[in-house]
Design a protein around this ligand. Structure first.
Ligand code: ADP
Length: 294
């Protein structure tokens, strides 16, 4: 009994338990991110398969408060487009977050595969792109309705539920936070990933609309196969984002409609006040046209 209890109050959950008693964990790593490595695991009783992200607490960048926040946000999530939490374990070394398993891989890998295919148009065709974006927007609307900002929307954090590629799930709430734009002052901490980070985040004064910029960048990439803002290193990419200038190069966009370009344009607005909100984006004609029907 005694040795199951954490020795220090820097524990994340306040309680130690052995994940191996309840789950068998695969040796092979499915993916790894900033802090954790993700593996498949199997409930020993039911035989059902899940994903487990194991985060070593000794890493300097891992803060107990940050992990607690990620777990508490995930605990709340009940939406088809957002990864569902199953269990959390903590032992002396690690925290293990058990979630639903996505068998279809990252949207990122699909982009790389399709962008490298010289035969087809840009990357995703308009219908597939709009269907993916409409699902992303539904998940973001669920978050924003609850005053949660994701702050790290990118194709690495969007997984296909299954190999058929029909439905997606948002993962990684490591940078997400609760923020009520109406009652609180702006957020000021610069967080995100260079290609996808909004200029207002770089200006250290932003609200939930930073997520819509990232959706705009994802939309651009899905249609063109490359990012709108780029540079030889992070600093140069950040400067390109801050400048906010990008173009629809004719040769890469000739297969697209003016409607999809209008959608991208209304999201990639440097002034967050001019950027579509998630409701407006969901009501955009391009999204409406493709999110209905089979
Ligand atoms: P980190 O917070 O350390 O960045 P992520 O939560 O982003 O970790 O997960 C890292 C990678 O692991 C993902 O990009 C993905 O490839 C894989 N992964 C994460 N969660 C799942 C899941 N539920 N099912 C399948 N693969 C997953």
């Amino acid at each position: 009994q005694q040795h199951h209890q954490p020795a220090h109050d820097d524990s994340v959950t306040g309680r130690y338990s052995d994940i191996e008693r309840q789950y068998h964990i695969d040796a092979r790593v499915l993916g790894s991110g900033h802090h954790g490595s993700v593996r498949k695991c199997q409930d020993r009783r039911t035989g059902k398969r899940y994903a487990v992200k194991s985060i070593q607490k000794s890493q300097h960048s891992v803060k107990p408060a940050g992990l607690r926040r990620e777990i508490s946000l995930l605990t709340e999530m009940r939406h088809d487009g957002i990864i569902g939490l199953r269990d959390v374990f903590e032992d002396a070394e690690s925290v293990h977050i058990v979630t639903e398993l996505c068998e279809g891989g990252e949207l990122f890998d699909q982009i790389v595969e399709r962008a490298g295919d010289e035969s087809g148009p840009g990357c995703f065709d308009e219908v597939s792109a709009a269907r993916i974006l409409s699902q992303i927007l539904n998940a973001v609307q669920y978050l924003h309705d609850r005053n949660i900002v994701h702050r790290d929307l990118k194709p690495e954090n969007i997984l296909f539920d299954s190999k058929d590629g029909a439905s997606i799930k948002l993962i990684d709430f490591g940078l997400a936070r609760r923020h009520d734009d109406r009652r609180e002052g702006p957020m000021r901490t610069v967080v995100g990933t260079p290609y996808y980070i909004a200029p207002d985040v770089l200006r250290k004064k932003y609200d939930r609309s930073c997520d819509l910029w990232s959706v705009g960048v994802i939309a651009f990439i899905l249609l063109a196969g490359y990012p709108p803002f780029n540079g030889k290193d992070n600093a140069e990419t950040h400067r390109a984002v801050s400048r906010g200038r990008y173009r629809f190069a004719a040769e890469d966009w000739k297969h697209t409609t003016s409607e999809s370009r209008d959608f991208v344009r209304r999201l990639l607005q440097s002034d967050p006040a001019r950027r579509m909100t998630v409701e407006e984006a969901l009501a955009h004609p391009w999204i409406i046209r493709h999110s209905r029907g089979p």
